[in-house]
Design a protein around this ligand. Structure first.
Ligand code: BGC
Ligand code: BGC
Length: 692
């Protein structure tokens, strides 16, 4: 039930392992043989070559064979956008970028590749996906999610779980156990800062936070990680209502529950619900945790054993967790498997894997404005502005080669930054930092691109005091808008940082989010028209820091100071995204105008590519409930499909939507469909359905 960080068996102190890292044989003996520690996680602070991982794994598993029952160690890692702690691995876009694709089959196949590369590193367990919903851009883990919408998060999350785990109860040697996180109610802290208190009423908990987890559990997800925060005044790690009543008794989750980082100790040092570490252990184990991500002390197993001997924790409770942990080790084949050798996974970081990561990076790019400024032809004299333009790290974001993702020394060799990619594909490129641009007098270029956004952060270090783009970037945007030559703005960022209005004078705006190692290439492909952008926002882009409202807001959110209903006025809406071609939708029709609660609605619509290039669009079907016991959202996404069409081509697209999907969590906190009048909306078309 004990999980330690790798630091604990490396030479040196935790967070300060001796470089170059190597195993400390005495610590290994103590941890594995004397204390019977069953799980180890992550790295001593940065990525390693595959050889090094395989050697570590061999030493750890060999040591485990010296214990009486020879129980193998379960190794876990944050391989959240590819196996980021293995040098040279294939890095795909972060989850927020994947969500911009609205393409769940692509996500599944990327997760398969990631699983393969995790296994190729000798590791069978991945702390991914994040199924929290991003309802607040202040929250520093926004980019680790699939965005603000419940359906998109649910679909993307379960596709990722399918890709990681494969099918069947047992997980073969090219798949890994997924870990759904962070259960439950993590993302909406009152302050917007990481691991601060959240207030989440049961209705919203069930309607917004739970569905993604529930679906992934139904697909067989093996493990769950607990929310480090406190919800409604109760740290989730000690809350049996969440960890046992809801997760086990109601959802029937059979898998293993791991705490988050150091969270049992934080019950004492941060949350103040326990006076001693020992008391905190009792509370968390009684609430339902199976494994403690300790991760930097050797006391947990000792204190846990004492608690059982003193009759404070029932032995049956321990047996239950141990059975789940052993079951997982069996399901992963750890008892039979030997640590792979370097030759066993010949497709690690293969050309095909890289190619699919490039495809994903392209699919993640969202074009939000283009007034005949793009595409370019490569012959232009280009000026690139931006302190971030020459950094591969800003394309990858956090959890990249290091926890914070900021140290370039571990970057994938030969992967170009945006600036380097532009320099290799455009005839003439000059570069200026933000300051150089702001103090320059006039520019001489055919097109100016400002590449702005955020530098990487993970968790608490990403907390902000202000949603506005940091530093002097607002001034850069202002000055860019005043130029008389054509201009483009590119933002690479983990959350929608505000900048007020987009100046009229900026001709094109491309949002790259965190596209990964191949983001530079993908962006240049878009600039040159070699890829026709087709990404769509999986979140609402606010215009001002205090004006954030998700697309599925309530009618009251629309009340304006002038008493009109115009208060919701984001810069860009959920679902927005342009292409170099144009799409038109027509002929929305419903299979019935009246249906019973148990019925299924067939929706059909015609989409036509009326432009001159092949391209893709995402048809989004929203449903609005006119009157309900619980105030209805103005609309909710109920179906969507990405459609690829040649120039001039059109297609009739059908959706089957069970009326049950119109349900909300009602007055008794149970899901209910209330008969009444519903609107079905696609684009600016609307049809009405009566549910009897
Ligand atoms: C994060 C988790 C992560 C874990 C292990 C925690 O700080 O909240 O998302 O999986 O550390 O690194
Ligand atoms: C871990 C994080 C953790 C952090 C705390 C990192 O090494 O990967 O998950 O939150 O340390 O310092």
């Amino acid at each position: 039930m004990t999980q330690l960080t790798l630091d604990m068996i490396l030479e040196g102190e935790p967070y300060a392992s001796v470089e170059p890292h190597h195993m400390d044989e005495l610590s290994l003996q103590e941890v594995i043989v004397d204390l019977n520690v069953g799980s180890i996680l992550n790295c001593g602070g940065h990525s390693y070559p595959r050889e090094f991982w395989l050697d570590l794994m061999t030493r750890i598993q060999d040591k485990a064979k010296e214990t009486p029952n020879q129980i193998p160690v379960l190794y876990g890692i944050d391989a959240i956008h590819g196996v980021t702690y293995t040098d040279n691995s294939t890095l795909i876009p972060q989850q927020i970028g994947l969500a911009c694709s609205w393409d769940t089959s692509m996500v599944k196949s990327l997760a398969e590749t990631a699983a393969y590369e995790v296994r190729a590193s000798g590791i069978p367990w991945n702390f991914s996906p994040v199924l929290d919903i991003a309802r607040d851009p202040r929250w520093p883990r926004f980019w680790e999610t699939f965005g603000e919408d419940v359906k998109l998060v649910t679909d993307m999350g379960s596709a990722m779980v399918d890709g990681y785990q494969g099918s069947g109860d047992e997980i073969d040697s090219v798949h890994v156990a997924a870990c759904l996180k962070h259960f439950l109610g993590y993302s909406v802290t009152l302050s917007g800062k990481d691991r601060t208190q959240a207030w989440v009423p049961e209705r919203q908990l069930r309607e917004y936070f739970l569905p993604g987890f529930e679906e992934a559990i139904n697909r067989g997800a093996k493990t769950i990680m607990v929310n480090s925060g406190e919800m409604n005044g109760i740290p989730v790690h000690v809350n049996p209502a969440i960890l046992t009543d809801l997760l086990r008794n109601e959802l029937g989750f059979q898998g293993m529950v791991v705490t988050d980082w150091e969270d049992i100790k934080y019950l004492v040092s941060r949350h103040k619900v326990a006076a001693t570490y020992k008391e905190a252990i009792k509370m968390a184990v009684d609430a339902g945790i199976d494994m403690s991500m300790v991760p930097t002390d050797l006391e947990f197993p000792v204190l846990l054993k004492e608690l059982v001997e003193e009759g404070e924790i029932a032995e049956a409770r321990i047996d239950e967790s141990v059975r789940r942990i052993l079951q997982l080790k069996f399901d992963l084949g750890l008892f039979d498997a030997k640590v792979p050798s370097l030759d066993d996974y010949p497709d690690f970081a293969s050309a095909e894997a890289r190619a699919s990561a490039l495809e994903a990076a392209r699919a993640s790019i969202v074009m939000l404005k283009n007034e005949n400024a793009l595409p370019l032809n490569g012959g232009e004299r280009l000026l690139v502005v931006g302190d971030n333009a020459n950094s591969l790290n800003v394309l990858n974001g956090g959890w990249t080669r290091t926890w914070q993702g900021v140290d370039p020394q571990y970057n994938t060799p030969d992967m170009p930054s945006f600036l380097e990619e532009v320099q290799s594909l455009f005839a003439s490129v000059t570069y200026m930092t933000n300051d150089q641009f702001l103090t320059s007098r006039g520019v001489s270029a055919d097109h100016v691109i400002a590449f702005l956004g955020e530098t990487p952060y993970t968790e608490t270090p990403g907390d902000i005091e202000d949603l506005y783009l940091p530093g002097n970037q607002i001034e850069v945007i202002g000055k860019l808008g005043e130029l008389t030559v054509p201009t483009s703005l590119i933002l690479a960022e983990g959350r929608p940082r505000t900048f007020g209005e987009l100046p009229e004078g900026i001709d094109a705006f491309i949002l790259a989010m965190l596209p990964g190692d191949q983001g530079g290439r993908a962006l240049v492909d878009v600039l040159l028209g070699e890829h026709n952008p087709g990404g769509h926002l999986p979140f609402t882009y606010p215009r001002y820091p205090s004006a954030h409202t998700t697309y599925d807001h309530k009618y009251t959110d629309m009340m304006h100071i002038d008493f009109s209903t115009n208060a919701v006025n984001p810069l860009y809406e959920f679902g927005d995204g342009l292409s170099y071609t144009k799409f038109e939708m027509s002929d929305l029709s419903l299979s019935a105008d009246t249906l019973a609660v148990g019925g299924t609605l067939e929706v059909s619509v015609v989409i036509k590519n009326t432009g001159e290039l092949a391209g893709s669009d995402v048809i989004q079907v929203y449903v609005s409930d006119s009157v309900a016991t619980i105030t209805p959202s103005v609309k909710r996404l109920r179906a969507y499909r990405k459609v690829q069409l040649d120039a001039g081509a059109s297609q009739e697209v059908q959706f089957s939507i069970p009326v049950q999907d119109f349900a909300f969590v009602g007055i008794d906190n149970e899901w209910v469909v209330e008969p009444g009048v519903f609107g079905v909306l696609i684009g600016d078309m609307k049809e009405t359905l009566i549910v009897k």
